[in-house]
Design a protein around this ligand. Structure first.
Ligand code: SF4
Length: 336
């Protein structure tokens, strides 16, 4: 992670960590949809101990999310957590942090310094802005960890406000070389939250800032992962699974383009190959976009042309639009 390594997609379980079967099941779902690292809440020692069994039954790194009680961090490390997230806003005793850092160093376990604008530690000096306060809090923790001869550090500076978040990351980026984990915290329900996250995370990634991302949504965590993949796809940073190109539909369409696109999208969610699939509603822009995709359909009145790699391979009746398009997709996937 960091440097030229691919941007890593993270999420967080929404189960009670103490409920091991439910947490394991959700982590498996997340891994299946392309999550590469998962954080679990550790509210008490039972949750910390559960990490051991969770790890035995899952395959992606488990990050323990620790607040308030440094002893939970020690317990999570003992249980085999692959990483810790500490919020300096609520573990403030340097000696307690030092105990955690020493234990993490022994195990070579990374620590994320997770600054959150909503729970900043008291300012040690006057700050002119929230981003400046966030950066200062992070740098103080970085210095503390470095003074303990520890450098397996990641840093995040999350806020609900997109511009605050962007400003904070832009400020810290030239000042440290550790990987930065990006996110807009408490971004909201999927529609608004995905857009807010795409704007904040997308701007930073486009500027070359950021090494891991999490989209925080009030939704099933797979929605977070899907949105994160979409951000990386949009910036051509990583390709995971198919890209659906679908026209918005208008008065020229003679087909239920929204319904067709939704059906195709559902079917594509089962495919991991990074192909482009176009669903177009008429012959105005349809053939052009459908030809540029790996597989596409340009719908007309009652009939549609199926394209594959730029060539029309068949024309089909409206009743077979979905079936014929997906047959071409599956053929293409089977070939490589
Ligand atoms: S492709 Fe055709 S139906 Fe779709 S938005 Fe464009 S003009 Fe309208």
């Amino acid at each position: 992670m960091g440097g030229d390594a691919p941007i890593v997609i993270q999420s967080m379980t929404k189960t009670d960590t103490r409920n091991v079967p439910a947490t394991v099941a959700q982590i498996k779902e997340l891994a299946d949809c392309g999550c590469e690292m998962v954080r679990v809440a550790v509210p008490d020692s039972e949750a910390a101990q559960a990490i051991s069994t969770i790890k035995q039954n899952t395959s992606i790194p488990i990050i323990a999310d620790i607040h308030f009680d440094y002893r939970l961090a020690l317990a999570a490390l003992a249980a085999g957590a692959d990483g810790l997230r500490l919020n300096p806003g609520n573990i403030r005793d340097p000696e307690q942090i030092a105990k955690v850092v020493r234990a993490a160093r022994e195990r070579q376990t990374p620590i994320r310094i997770g600054i959150n604008a909503g729970s900043l530690p008291p300012a040690s000096k006057q700050h002119s802005s929230i981003p400046e306060h966030m950066v200062s809090a992070a740098l103080e923790q970085v210095s503390l960890l470095e003074s303990l001869d520890f450098d397996l550090i990641k840093v995040s500076l999350k806020a609900f406000d997109v511009l605050t978040t962007i400003e904070a990351y832009r400020t810290i980026s030239p000042r440290i070389s550790y990987p930065l984990h990006l996110g807009i915290t408490e971004a909201g329900l999927p529609r608004a939250g995905a857009v807010r996250s795409a704007v904040g995370i997308g701007i930073l990634l486009h500027e070359g800032i950021g090494d891991t991302i999490r989209v925080s949504l009030s939704a099933h965590p797979c929605e977070e992962v899907n949105a994160a993949h979409e951000i990386l796809r949009s910036l051509d940073l990583r390709q995971h699974g198919p890209t659906l190109i679908s026209c918005p539909g208008c008065g020229r369409a003679d087909v239920d383009i929204i319904g067709l696109a939704e059906s195709v999208d559902r079917r594509l969610s089962e495919i991991s190959k990074p192909i482009k699939v176009a669903v177009m509603g008429c012959v105005v822009n349809g053939p052009g976009e459908a030809k540029d995709a790996d597989v596409g359909i340009a719908c007309g009145k009652g009939r549609g042309a199926i394209f594959r790699k730029g060539e029309v391979v068949s024309t089909v009746d409206e009743t077979r639009f979905l079936q014929a398009l997906m047959a071409e997709v599956e053929n293409l996937c089977a070939l490589d």
